[in-house]
Design a protein around this ligand. Structure first.
Ligand SMILES: Cc1ncc(COP(=O)(O)O)c(C=O)c1O
Length: 366
């Protein structure tokens, strides 16, 4: 039996008629870049997360870069970023001309350890970028408390957490700006690249619209030097169809996670824990074990695809060698990098597939 890590073909089959009709509308209207489908999706997504504005951009990395820039973060500024996240969280800080300053991971949530933020703040710190890793909200209230006291901007990296809640409210809309990726495998994924920033601040939204489109709101009039970071019409159309299913898909992910929990609980793996303040949407179902590499190999032999998110924490990436970090600087992030294993997780996962994954793990762990 083969269990893929994600199954985007199964998902497409379940929405084919609607997606094909939406894509055909774009082709008929030739609105390939921004346009009506993108605007309709932006309005629907803003409403979904509970923000006033949504600005569609070309991918999640661009979303973070532009959110920082639109909030006035730039050269000479430092931004606090978790050491345990996808590389793009820090990379976007660098391409916004600011400098990432890393903070270790929390041992339970895997998100940014809020007790370590204060020690990372310097007189150059301008912003904090909490990441809602794996689909579970970071603990935002302590972040807001520190940010309020130290006059810092908070921008959420919600690239893995579409629809996730923090204390009952959807993430992304809780800070000055929230950034999303619509990379195809995400809980809300495009059929190509895509991203968005949501915000309640009209000035931030205006600057985002300028920055994503050559500094221009009116054709051939350029207010500032910007970028070509626009969302495509086809992606807006696909995302509009998929957004209507997001809650249902997230509920199926939560049900699959609960099933893994029943079958694997009490064993030797450390399972993901949903924190009391969070409603986890399980973009990834990440277990931890000291025997990670051997378990991954065994699962592979049994036809089960897995992933590692992420094998090298950002402070040890060659790209950030100039920051002078070494092993031991962020021990929890390093410990997790050696232990994490992401099991298959997608809404269409069947009971049989889950059973096969769990039985293979049970046989391995004894
Ligand atoms: C936490 C996080 N931040 C940022 C990104 C960047 O998004 P994209 O791949 O759409 O540029 C991703 C996704 O890949 C991510 O997982």
């Amino acid at each position: 039996m083969n269990v893929p890590f994600v199954d985007l073909q199964a998902q497409y089959r379940s929405i084919k008629a609607e997606v094909d009709a939406a894509v055909a509308r774009v082709l008929e209207s030739a609105s390939f870049i921004l346009g009506r489908e993108v605007e309709a999706f932006e309005a629907a997504f803003a409403e979904y997360v509970g923000a006033r504005f949504c600005v569609g951009v070309s991918n999640g990395t661009a979303a973070i870069q532009l959110a920082l820039m639109a909030c006035g973060v730039g050269a000479g500024d430092e931004v606090i970023v978790p050491a345990n996240t996808f590389f793009a969280s820090a990379e976007a800080v660098s391409t916004a001309n600011a400098a990432p300053v890393f903070v270790d991971a929390d041992p339970v949530s895997s998100n940014l350890d809020v007790s370590k933020i204060e020690a990372a703040i310097t007189e150059r710190t301008r912003a904090i970028l909490p990441v809602h890793l794996y689909g579970q909200a970071a603990d935002l209230d302590p972040v807001f408390e520190i940010a309020g006291r130290r006059n810092l901007i908070v921008i959420e990296d919600a690239a893995q957490a579409h629809g996730a809640r923090y204390k009952g409210r959807r993430v992304g809309a809780l800070a000055r700006a929230g950034c999303f990726s619509f990379y195809p495998g995400k809980n809300l994924g495009a059929y190509g690249e895509g991203g968005a920033v949501v915000t309640d601040d009209p000035e931030v939204a205006r600057r985002l619209r300028l920055l994503r489109d050559h500094g221009s709101e009116r054709k051939y009039r350029h207010e500032i030097i910007g970028y070509n970071f626009r969302l495509e019409g086809i992606q807006g159309a696909v995302l509009g169809v998929k957004l209507r299913r997001l809650d249902e898909w997230n509920a199926l992910r939560r049900a699959a996670a609960a099933r893994y929990g029943e079958l694997l609980g009490g064993g030797r793996l450390v399972l993901p824990r949903e924190l009391p303040y969070a409603e986890h949407v399980y973009h990834l179902y990440v277990v931890q074990t000291a025997e990670r590499d051997a378990l991954q190999k065994r699962l592979g032999e049994a036809g089960v695809q897995t992933g590692i998110h992420y094998p090298v924490p950002i402070h040890l990436q060659p790209a950030y060698a100039s920051l002078g970090h070494g092993p031991g600087d962020f021990p929890e992030a390093e410990r997790q990098a050696a232990r994490v294993l992401s099991l298959p997780m997608f809404p269409e996962l069947t009971e049989k597939q889950i059973m096969h994954v769990a039985e293979t793990i049970r046989e391995f762990t004894g």
